[in-house]
Write a protein that binds this ligand. Structure first.
Ligand code: HEC
Ligand code: HEC
Ligand code: HEC
Ligand code: HEC
Length: 364
C-alpha cells in the first residue's frame, strides 16, 4: 500500500518535472489574409527578440554639404564618386569601412601610401559594389521602396556577406544512371527539403519559368513538366526560409498560382526575383576574373546574391530601417563614362599583381 502510494507520488512528481522542461506553446500569430483563409504567420517571441537584436543598424555620422573642392578635382582615380565634396567622400569611405571591413580598416581596400592604386582586388570589387548599390536604389524601387539598401544591408560588418551562393554540383554519387537532380539528399538551398540543389542557378541567374500549373489542360501543350515543379518548390522553400515566413505570407495555399488570391507581398517578391537575377547577371557573376581563387565556388564561378543575402531571415531586411536616406550619393546612378563595367584591364592588373604575390609567397 505504502509502496504503491510512493510509486504514484514519484511518477507524478517526475511527470511535473519533465513537463516543466517543455517549451510552452507561446507562438504569436498574425493574420495576413482574409478571415477564414488560414493565412497566418506564426512566430515565437523569443526567436523574434533574437532577430531584432541581430538587426540593429550602426548610427550614421552627421551629413555634410556638397561643397567644393570635389573629389574628382582632388583625387587621381575616382570613377564613381567624383561629384561628392571631399568631406562627403571621406564620410562615405569611413562608413564603407564600418560596413565592410571594421577590423581591417582602410587598408582592406587600399595600398598603404597610395590610395589611388587599384592593385588590391577588394577595391576593384568595391567600385562595382558602389555602382550596384546605386543601381538597386535608383532602379529597383518596386522592390526596395524608400527603404533602399547600403553595403551594410548585405555585409553587416563582414568582408563576405553571411549568405552567398555558388553553382552547386551537389553531393557526388556513384549512381550516374538516370536523372536525379540531386534528389533524396537534403538540399541546403531548399531549407533541407529533398528538392533540387541548384534551383538558384536556374531562376536567379538563368530565367527558367517559375511555373507548376500549365495554361492548358492538354499535356502536349503543358510546358511545365515535373522538373519545373520540383525546381519551383525548391526556390519557394529558399524564399520562405530567407524571409523567415511561411508560404501563406504570399499565397493562399488553396490556389498557389492565382494572383487575385495572393497578398501584395507576392508582387514585391516577383520584383525581388527579377532584381536578384539582374544583380547576379550584370554585377556579381561578371566579377569572376577579379576575385582570387579562394573566393570562387567549386565550379570556378563568382559568389552571388539570393533573397537571404539582404533579408537574413526577416521579411524586410533590418526590419525596414532606411539607412540609405543618410547617404544620398548611393541613391543615384553616377554617370559612369567609360566605367559601366569592370574594365578587363583592371581585372588583369589585379590578376597579375596577385600572381606576383603568390610567386613571392612561394619563393618563385
Ligand atoms: C571597402 C573598400 C574600401 C575601404 C574600406 C576604403 N575605401 Fe577608399 N576607396 C574605395 C574605392 C572603391 C575607391 C574608388 C572610388 C571611385 O572610383 O569613385 C576609393 C577611393 C579612395 C580615395 C581616392 C584616392 C585617389 O586619389 O583616387 C581616398 C582618398 C580614399 N579612398 C580614402 C579612404 C580612407 C581614408 C579609408 C578608411 C577610412 C578608405 N578609403 C576605406 C574603397 C574603399
Ligand atoms: C546585394 C548585396 C550586396 C551589397 C548591397 C553590397 N555587397 Fe559587397 N558583396 C556582395 C557579395 C555577394 C559579395 C561576394 C562575396 C565574396 O567575396 O565571397 C561581395 C563582396 C564584396 C567585397 C569583396 C570581399 C572579399 O573579401 O572578397 C567587398 C570589398 C565588397 N563587397 C564591398 C562592398 C561595398 C563597399 C558595398 C557598398 C558600396 C557593398 N559591397 C554592397 C554583396 C553585396
Ligand atoms: C515571399 C513571397 C512568396 C513566398 C513566401 C512563397 N512564394 Fe510561391 N511564388 C511567389 C511568386 C512571386 C511566384 C511567381 C513567380 C513567377 O511568376 O515568376 C510564386 C510561384 C509559386 C508557384 C507556381 C505557381 C504557378 O504559376 O504555377 C507555386 C506552386 C508556389 N509559388 C508555391 C509556394 C510554396 C509551396 C511556398 C512555401 C514553401 C511558397 N510558394 C512561398 C512568391 C512566394
Ligand atoms: C538587394 C537586397 C534585397 C534582395 C536581394 C532581396 N530583397 Fe526583398 N526587400 C529588400 C528591401 C530593402 C525590402 C523593404 C522594402 C520596403 O521597405 O518597402 C524588401 C522587401 C521585400 C518584401 C516585402 C515584405 C513586406 O513585409 O512587405 C518581400 C516579400 C521580399 N522583399 C521578397 C524578396 C524575395 C523573395 C527575394 C529573393 C528573390 C528578395 N526579396 C531579395 C531588399 C532585398
Amino acid at each position: 500500500m505504502i509502496k504503491q502510494w510512493f510509486a504514484k507520488t514519484v511518477s507524478i512528481a517526475l511527470g511535473v518535472v519533465l513537463l516543466a522542461g517543455c517549451e510552452p506553446p507561446t507562438a504569436e500569430s498574425t493574420q495576413n489574409g482574409f478571415r477564414g483563409t488560414g493565412m497566418l504567420q506564426l512566430e515565437q517571441p523569443k526567436v523574434r527578440e533574437a532577430k531584432v537584436a541581430a538587426n540593429q543598424v550602426p548610427a550614421a555620422s552627421p551629413a555634410l554639404p556638397a561643397t567644393p573642392p570635389y573629389a574628382k578635382d582632388v583625387y587621381q582615380n575616382v570613377q564613381v564618386l567624383g561629384d561628392l565634396g571631399v568631406g562627403q567622400f571621406t564620410r562615405l569611405m569611413a562608413a564603407m569601412t564600418q560596413w565592410v571591413a571594421p577590423e581591417e580598416g582602410c587598408n582592406y581596400c587600399h595600398v598603404t601610401g597610395n590610395l589611388a592604386s587599384d592593385d588590391i582586388y577588394t577595391k576593384v570589387v568595391s567600385r562595382r559594389m558602389l555602382q550596384m548599390t546605386q543601381h538597386i536604389n535608383a532602379n529597383w524601387n518596386d522592390h526596395v521602396g524608400e527603404t533602399g539598401v547600403t553595403c551594410y544591408t548585405c555585409h553587416r560588418g563582414n568582408n563576405v556577406p553571411a549568405e552567398i551562393w555558388f553553382e552547386d554540383p551537389g553531393p557526388r554519387s556513384a549512381a550516374k544512371a538516370g536523372w536525379r537532380d540531386n534528389q533524396n539528399t537534403p538540399a541546403p538551398v531548399a531549407a533541407m527539403a529533398s528538392l533540387p540543389y541548384d534551383s538558384l542557378s536556374r531562376y536567379l541567374l538563368g530565367d527558367e519559368e517559375i511555373r507548376v500549373i500549365g495554361n492548358t489542360a492538354l499535356p502536349s501543350t503543358n510546358t511545365s513538366p515535373i522538373k519545373a515543379t520540383e525546381g519551383t518548390y525548391s526556390l519557394m522553400m529558399h524564399m520562405s526560409d530567407a524571409l523567415g515566413v511561411n508560404c501563406t505570407f504570399c499565397h493562399n495555399t488553396r490556389a498557389m498560382a492565382d494572383w487575385t488570391q495572393s497578398t501584395p507581398q507576392r508582387v514585391t517578391a516577383w520584383y525581388g526575383i527579377e532584381m536578384a537575377r539582374d544583380l547576379n547577371v550584370d554585377y556579381l557573376d561578371p566579377l569572376q576574373p577579379v576575385y582570387p581563387e579562394h573566393r570562387l565556388g567549386d565550379l570556378g564561378d563568382a559568389p552571388k546574391a539570393n533573397c537571404a543575402t539582404c533579408h537574413q531571415g526577416v521579411n524586410k531586411p533590418l526590419y525596414g530601417a532606411a539607412m540609405v536616406k543618410d547617404f544620398p550619393s548611393l541613391t543615384v546612378e553616377a554617370s559612369t563614362s567609360a566605367m559601366g563595367q569592370v574594365s578587363s584591364e583592371a581585372a588583369s592588373a589585379v590578376a597579375t599583381s596577385e600572381a606576383v604575390d603568390r610567386q613571392e609567397a612561394e619563393g618563385i
